[in-house]
Design a protein. Structure first.
Length: 355
């Protein structure tokens, strides 16, 4: 499947500079925002793991408008390691967009691996993901068995979110307790890159494309350094993105709530008519009237808010703006000579058959 991208300019990896020399078989995409403390250790562990897999590889570090020395660390890593590619965005676009930028610039011909920079997802699990890919699976995702270093409230809200999405997602089934850490075959990656919507909920997009998938269980470690950029307000907004991007259930709930209120008002009106005919009208109390008015007013505002969330997303999509703007993109230098072997014996049979 060829990549289809409605971007007004071609991805940088399509340029002549980026395509010089043989392309790696595997790409690792690492979006980062203010991660200067952890990047050197991440790269040390990642390079050791990738070197042991036996396939030509590259790592694409995406700087999402960091305000610390993250970009300088990335450039330093690139100077020392020819496997490193650096994509610097013009400003902070958010993790979901930064991840998309990394996937756009990943040159891996066989598979792409996505991992966070904070080392909560261990690079040492990548060989297990590659093993699942060699078995013939297009998507091999890391599923959390335990979440160390997180508060009980964050664990509880995360579990609740995944279960809500499981019920509301319709035909798209979001795997439980699964983040962005995964391996995708080249054809799965190309299919994902056809989805260019502005409001991106990557966990849902990963599930939407389908393809044969397999879970690999692991225990998520605490953060290696620095602090999480995801406070509860950002997590709440991310959950809204996920729900509104993949289901119209909130609109249905608003409709049903309106029907319930209308039915209740009709029944109450009938009751008042009968009560007045039988017992007269002693003038209803002011508190009950105010309570009903405030309740109905609240229902109307909530319904308008839900409609506004969907309408705002339609408005943003109609602008047709690019997802991101690249300040600079520095591709990895030529990988090892083994990269020229397009029929590497370690590739899965499904990949060789597609050549």
């Amino acid at each position: 499947m060829s990549r289809v991208s409605p971007l007004p300019h071609p991805p940088v990896h399509a340029s002549s500079e980026a395509t010089k020399g043989p392309r790696p078989a595997l790409s690792v995409v690492v979006p980062a925002f203010n991660e200067e403390e952890v990047l050197p250790e991440l790269h040390r562990r990642l390079a050791a793991v990738m070197a042991g897999i036996g396939l030509p590889w590259e790592v694409v570090y995406v700087n999402d408008g960091s305000r610390d020395g993250t970009l300088a660390v990335m450039l330093s890593l690139r100077e020392r390691d020819p496997h490193v590619s650096v994509v610097n965005l013009s400003r902070n676009f958010g993790k979901e967009i930064a991840l998309t930028a990394g996937l756009d610039h990943a040159r891996g011909t066989e598979a792409v691996i996505v991992i966070d920079a904070d080392l909560q997802d261990p690079p040492e699990l990548i060989p297990d993901l590659v093993r699942g890919w060699r078995e013939g699976y297009d998507v091999v995702y890391a599923q959390r068995r335990a979440r160390q270093g997180e508060t009980w409230l964050k664990r509880a809200t995360a579990a609740a979110f995944y279960r809500v999405m499981e019920r509301l997602g319709g035909r798209v089934k979001l795997p439980r307790d699964t983040g962005d850490f995964r391996l995708m075959s080249r054809r799965a990656t190309d299919a994902l890159l056809q989805l260019r919507e502005q409001h991106r909920f990557m966990k849902g997009l990963f599930a939407w494309i389908g393809f044969p998938s397999k879970a690999v269980l692991y225990d998520r470690a605490p953060r290696a350094a620095g602090s999480s950029k995801w406070n509860y307000w950002r997590l709440w907004n991310l959950s809204l993105e996920g729900i509104t991007s993949f289901t119209v259930a909130p609109l249905k709930v608003a409709t049903y709530l309106g029907l319930v209120c209308a039915t209740g008002a009709l029944l109450y009106g009938a009751f008042m008519v009968v009560h007045t005919l039988l017992f007269g009208n002693p003038v209803p109390g002011y508190p009950s009237l105010i309570t009903v008015m405030l309740f109905l007013g609240g229902v109307q505002l909530v319904t308008l808010g839900i409609i506004g969330e969907y309408l705002g997303r339609v408005f943003n999509e109609t602008k047709g703006r690019p997802l991101y703007i690249v300040e600079r993109a520095l591709p990895a230098r030529a990988p090892s000579p083994a990269a020229a072997d397009e029929h590497h014996p370690d590739l899965p049979a499904v990949s060789r058959a597609a050549e």
